[in-house]
Design a protein around this ligand. Structure first.
Ligand code: TYD
Ligand code: MG
Length: 455
């Protein structure tokens, strides 16, 4: 046998390097490169005779499969993020910071499914069975038939699952605790995590069970992060939230069987996660209506409108280089809006610190928030509060023009539902709702906006 050759693998992104380095050139993370034996398990063992496959034409398949068979969880926020429930025979990765509530979410989902007669196996590698039971008790899930196992060894888990007589859903909490005898590197490394995940995916494909894999997001690279298995699974969801706030967002970033821009919103309580059917009410709950610098953005998350407050503070600086601090939005985008305000509207901000915050710890990714951000900035600088019953949306281009965005009617409908009777929106917005009582005014450009607020 050839001499074992080790490789250096980044624990964050999985890139293979020829030699050790302090920084991974691919993902830019520091101290994440670890020496591993990449062939651990693969190729060792007795040789297998190759099997001949038989290709089939697509037309021969038509009529056979109508839609991916799904397991609905009865938790509508989870189903929404998954695109309609767990798909049989597929693997889903649920990633998130430690302590954000992944185990809680999955225990609740497992209990809900078990109540509807599904067979669920929950494999915990981090907590003992008694601990998992304790959590289930707290979640009022202890009276269900969810089967628990505390195991970390891949071969043991597969044996347990095989004995479990065709489970509908298997939860592995977490992938970082998986270790296989076939791979030689330490538990938690890329090779171990990959080998374990591969085995779990194979089990799902062979038995038609839905496989849910929990992955902790790691900052220091001591253990492999979920990114190294993202491409192996069918769907990737991230569970996000701010420690200082109670709500949590389940965000879909990859889905082979559904849309990727959906979110599910939950609120963490002492009895577990509560579903939030109307997120706008949550994000607008803390509103202080009369202060300058606040603008309500009518946003979209997938197919659902979400209203959220954008807060800006513009104040004279005492530093040589003024500060720009952003929470919940893209800082490059803020720089762009500031540059456009300077270049086209004569708004001088070179001597001002600028702070931007999205209320409630929420994170906006849509460019449609540009207009709300610009309005909040101008309002704060001018010291003039914006009308409390108005929402804002539209994309700002480098020329200062306000460009139309999609889903105008849905945004306005949600605003009306929550008691907003006015909106500033791009001109040439199609699909304006007819016959509604709202005052929808169109803005052509950023100078036009500045004139309306401060003029
Ligand atoms: P957990 O699901 O263990 O997080 P993860 O699996 O992502 O690491 O959740 C841990 C946090 O959630 C912990 O700080 C306590 C809190 N929590 C509640 O607030 N209410 C509850 O009912 C439960 C079960 C947990
Ligand atoms: Mg956990």
């Amino acid at each position: 046998m050839a001499k074992a050759r080790t490789q250096f693998i980044c624990q964050s992104c999985g890139t293979v390097h020829n030699r050790w380095a302090g920084k991974c050139e691919n993902c830019g993370e520091w101290n994440t490169i670890v020496e591993e034996d990449p062939m651990g398990g693969i190729g060792s063992g007795p040789g297998k005779t190759p099997k001949k496959g038989r290709p089939v034409t697509l037309t021969a398949l038509s009529g056979e499969i109508e839609e991916a068979p799904r397991i609905h969880t009865a938790m509508s926020e989870l189903d929404r993020a998954l695109g309609g429930g767990f798909v049989r025979g597929s693997a889903v990765l649920i990633g998130g910071d430690p302590g954000i509530g992944k185990s809680t979410l999955l225990m609740q989902a497992a209990a809900a499914l078990a109540r509807r007669g599904h067979k669920i196996i929950y494999v915990s590698g981090e907590e003992a069975v008694a601990q998992v039971r304790l959590r289930a008790q707290r979640l009022a899930a202890a009276d269900t038939d969810v089967m628990l196992a505390a195991e970390t060894n891949v071969e043991d888990i597969l044996a347990t699952l095989a004995e479990g007589k065709r489970p509908d859903l298997v939860i592995i909490d977490s992938i970082q605790t998986l270790w296989s005898e076939l791979a030689e590197s330490a538990p938690g490394t890329v090779t171990q995590v990959r080998t374990g995940v591969q085995a779990m995916i194979r089990f799902a494909k062979q038995t038609g069970a839905a496989m849910v894999l929990v992955g902790h997001v790691t900052k220091d690279g001591q253990i492999a992060g979920p990114r190294v298995v993202e491409h192996m699974v069918d769907a990737v969801l991230y569970f996000e939230g701010d420690r200082g706030h109670h709500y949590r967002i389940l965000r879909t970033v990859k889905n082979r069987f559904g849309p990727t821009d959906e979110i599910g919103v939950f609120e963490m309580s002492d009895k577990g996660l509560r579903e939030v059917a109307n997120p706008s009410e949550l994000f607008l709950g803390e509103r202080n209506e009369k202060s300058p610098g606040a603008a309500v953005f009518a946003g979209m998350e997938g197919t659902r409108p979400v209203l959220v407050e954008v807060q800006a503070l513009v104040a004279p600086t005492s530093l040589g280089t003024p500060r720009r601090a952003v929470v919940g939005w893209d800082s490059a985008r803020l720089s762009m809006i500031l540059a456009v305000l300077e270049a086209h509207c004569g708004v001088r901000l070179g001597q001002h610190d600028v702070y931007l915050n999205i209320a409630g710890g929420y994170r906006i990714t849509e460019p449609a928030a540009d207009l709300a951000v610009a309005s909040a900035l101008v309002s704060s600088l001018a010291g003039i509060a914006l009308p409390a019953d108005c929402v804002y949306f539209g994309e700002v281009s480098l020329s200062g023009a306000i460009r139309p965005v999609a889903h105008t009617a849905q945004r306005l409908k949600e605003a009306e539902k929550l008691g907003f009777s006015a909106a500033l929106l791009p001109s040439a917005s199609a699909e304006l709702p007819k016959g509604s009582g709202g005052r929808w005014s169109e803005v052509e450009s950023l100078p036009d906006l500045v004139a309306r607020i401060a003029g």
